[in-house]
Design a protein around this ligand. Structure first.
Ligand SMILES: Nc1ncnc2c1ncn2[C@@H]1O[C@H](COP(=O)(O)OP(=O)(O)OP(=O)(O)O)[C@@H](O)[C@H]1O
Ligand SMILES: [Mg+2]
Length: 292
């Protein structure tokens, strides 16, 4: 780690100048950030919330989309309900959906809003049901996942109004179904779709690993960039599995719909968001591929 005593003033000045230049370049741009299920775990947030507030103060428009996986699983355990995942997506019956909504739109969402407030910013929490923000339909596929949805329409204008008024929009990944029912949306997919709908300049998916990893000579190594073809190959051969699949899919979808850049990064590095946005090399895995 660089501390003021370990670098000379000239180096420090260069770093500050570079940071300020990057901040100016990002001013007015929208960055959609997905924060994983560890949101409520003590200490797991690290500097994420502080970074969001700093970015907002620098004139960037961060929009947060969140999950709440571990807390949902804990709550399901408490009521004695088993949970099953297929391809990284939670099989959701009605009872499970009730708990998903309680945890995501309740504790997780308000927890993040409170943390943003405590860090000196202002968060406004929404679920996809508010103002019909994330309209969804039941996911069609080879297996029936129950009340799992996919986004069909997004009211990006609502998010923009909140952001333009100086708040950080904090969005729980619950969809509004065609009959008014709540649908469980994978937060990665929702973030990808929202980034595209908002014309965001970047999608950043934060998670509990440094990025996409693969084994090289028996050791797990970070894959620092990944093309569409490589990503599809790594999914097909099982290197990318479970919860990493929807992240890569979300990045590919955002890129295909015109978002210029998409990254999967870890929250462990201090100021991971600032490093990704305000340094040349960035961190984590950059998915590349552009418009297909
Ligand atoms: N190739 C891979 N590289 C890195 N992680 C991988 C890979 N394949 C599978 N994974 C798994 O994906 C996980 C990240 O997805 P996960 O869904 O668990 O987290 P999240 O989306 O951040 O949180 P949540 O889904 O709980 O809201 C990693 O912890 C790891 O176990
Ligand atoms: Mg996940």
């Amino acid at each position: 780690m660089i501390t003021p005593s370990s670098i000379d003033l000239a180096t420090e000045a260069r770093l500050i100048a570079a940071g300020v230049r990057y901040a100016a370049a990002w001013r007015g741009k929208t960055v959609v950030i997905k924060y994983g299920g560890s949101v409520l775990d003590a200490g797991a947030a690290g500097t994420v919330v502080e970074d969001l507030v700093l970015l907002k103060g620098a004139g960037v428009n961060p929009v947060l989309v969140h999950g709440g996986g571990p807390e949902i699983t804990r709550m399901l355990d408490r009521v004695g309900k088993e949970t099953r995942f297929i391809g990284g997506l939670r099989v959701t019956d009605e009872e499970t959906m009730e708990i998903v909504e309680m945890v995501l739109a309740g504790r997780a969402n308000k927890g993040l809003v409170t943390m943003i407030g405590a860090a000196g910013g202002s968060g406004v929490g929404l679920s996809g049901k508010d103002a019909g923000l994330l309209r969804a339909r039941r996911l069609q596929g080879p297996v029936d996942l129950g009340l799992v949805g996919e986004v069909v329409e997004i009211r990006a204008d609502i998010v923009k109004i909140i952001s333009d008024a100086g708040h950080v929009p904090v969005i729980a990944s619950i969809g509004l179904g065609e009959a008014g029912e709540s649908l469980n949306l994978n937060a990665d997919h929702a973030a990808g779709a929202l980034a595209a709908a908002m014309g965001a300049s970047k999608l950043i998916i934060l998670t509990d690993v440094p990025g996409v990893m693969r084994a090289v000579d028996g050791a797990a190594r970070l894959v620092s960039s990944l093309t569409v073809d490589e990503a599809q190959r790594l999914i097909a051969d099982g290197t990318i599995s479970r919860g990493m699949i929807p992240k890569v899919e979300a990045c590919l979808m955002a890129l295909a719909r015109g978002v210029p850049s998409a990254h999967i990064i870890g929250t462990e590095a201090p100021h991971a968001l600032l490093l990704e946005l305000f340094t040349e090399e960035g961190i984590g895995t950059m998915i590349t591929g552009g418009v297909r």
